[in-house]
Every structure is written in C-alpha cells, then in structure tokens.
Design a protein around this ligand. Sequence first.
Ligand SMILES: Nc1ncnc2c1ncn2[C@@H]1O[C@H](COP(=O)(O)OP(=O)(O)O)[C@@H](O)[C@H]1O
Ligand SMILES: O=c1ccn([C@@H]2O[C@H](COP(=O)(O)OP(=O)(O)O)[C@@H](O)[C@H]2O)c(=O)[nH]1
Length: 240
Amino acid sequence: MTATPIYRRVLLKASGEALMGEQGFGIDVSVVDRIAGDIAEARALGVEVGVVIGGGNIFRGVAVASKGGDRVTGDHMGMLATVINSLALRTSLVKMGVDAVVLSAIAMPEICESFSQRQATAYMDAGKVVIFAGGTGNPFFTTDSAAALRAAEIGANALFKGTQVDGVYSEDPKKNRNATRYDRISHEDVLKRGLSIMDTAAIALARENHIPIIVYSIHEKGGFGDILKGKGHCTVVADS
Ligand SMILES: Nc1ncnc2c1ncn2[C@@H]1O[C@H](COP(=O)(O)OP(=O)(O)O)[C@@H](O)[C@H]1O
Ligand SMILES: O=c1ccn([C@@H]2O[C@H](COP(=O)(O)OP(=O)(O)O)[C@@H](O)[C@H]2O)c(=O)[nH]1
C-alpha cells in the first residue's frame, strides 16, 4: 500500500553546489539522476513538486564582486547557471519517464518557456514537475529567495531545502562540530539567532506566508520521499 504523503504540493530547493558531486566544478550527472530519482519517488506518492535549483556549482555573483568585478553582471551569470542546472534536471526526469517542464524568470523562448504564476500552477495541477529557472530574475537575490517566492506563488504546503547538512544547528556545523541540531525551530528564532542556513529574505518570506521550511541533506538517497512519508531526518522550521 502506498503511504499517504504529509504534504500535497511542495517546492524543493536543491543546492547547486551539491550537483558537483566529487568534482570541483560543474555537473555530475549521477548526482542529478539521483535527485531526479528522489523527485520521481515523490511524484509516485502523488505529491505535486516544483523545483528551484541553485547555480553555485557553476557561478556565484558574489565571487565576481569579491574580485572587484561587476556584481550585477556576476549575478546575471549566476542566474544563467541555474538555467543550465534546470535543463540538466529536466533531462534526467524525462529520461525516467517523469513529465517535467522548465519555466525561466528570464525570457529565453528558444530554450524554455517563461515563468508566469498562472502557467506554473496549471502545469502543477496537471501533474508536471515544474522547474523554476533563472532565480527571481533579479540581481542581489539568491535561489533561496527564489524558492520562497515560488513556494508562495504556487501555494506550496512546504518548502524543502535540500542542502549540504542534515538540518538547522545552533551554529554552522561545518565550523563547529559540537553544534547541536534542532528537530523543530520557529522562523522567528532562526532569524533572531542569526542561523544562516538560508538567507534572511527567504526565511522572512516563508514566515509571512506561514510556509514551513524542511531542511534536510540532499545527499541522503530517498531522504525527500522519507520526509514526505512522515519518517525522514530533517529540521522543521515552522510557526511556533
Ligand atoms: N546554523 C546553521 N545550521 C545549519 N547549517 C548552517 C548553519 N549556519 C550556516 N550553515 C551552513 O549553511 C550551508 C547551507 O547553505 P547554502 O550555502 O545556502 O547551501 P546551498 O548550496 O544548499 O544553497 C550549510 O552547508 C552549512 O554549512
Ligand atoms: O534571484 C536570483 C538567484 C540567483 N542569482 C545569482 O545566481 C547565483 C547562484 O545562486 P545561489 O548562490 O543561490 O545557488 P546555490 O547556493 O544553491 O548553489 C547567485 O550567487 C547569484 O549570483 C541572482 O542573482 N538572483
């Protein structure tokens, strides 16, 4: 018997950096295939899935600015990187027989459709996985903010942050091995304690729209599906 998922419609933010796998740069197709497999499992449970992928495996605007370059151009390059990753994910999903479409915040009609809230919702209602490319379409933002924004626009029941660590800690666990992990914490406390698991704009937007954020390790095979079945390993950031 198939388990009943705890959320009907979700937005998954997949770390761009995770797509590198063991490489120092670019896309490891086996990692993309694994993430696509996790999404396929969620679809099989009947969950409607929207996805935002980062671009940090290819480009980050702040890296350009830190070397004295033009931040806005750097951010444009970062947004284009998210389009490349989105196309890679769509390819993997389609290969697995999962119907998926890329909608970009930056118009590039020869490559993919442009984003509109109406079209995105219609595709999700029809059971397609919708991959939101190009971030918010604006510089000085991140794909975390894009994920919170799209989650609000599509009426997602939860925002999943699939990242390098398995939850929210009292401090960055990569810097302090003794940091303690929370099973549950409020958006308010994440902001007040300056826990930088996601940028503050993303957390504030999720808080205003009462969207829980589920932080889990994107490296854990089947982790996404397990959480949807109510038995996964994660931190839930939700209204207190
Ligand atoms: N309080 C915290 N709890 C968990 N992770 C934290 C915390 N503070 C900083 N981090 C770091 O935030 C990183 C995830 O954020 P980010 O760089 O946006 O990754 P992503 O590639 O998923 O977008 C983690 O790899 C972790 O090292
Ligand atoms: O709305 C957005 C989303 C992303 N970016 C740029 O795209 C890069 C890649 O996104 P991000 O760093 O969020 O990816 P991730 O951390 O998930 O790898 C960012 O550094 C920004 O330069 C942007 O300018 N506006």
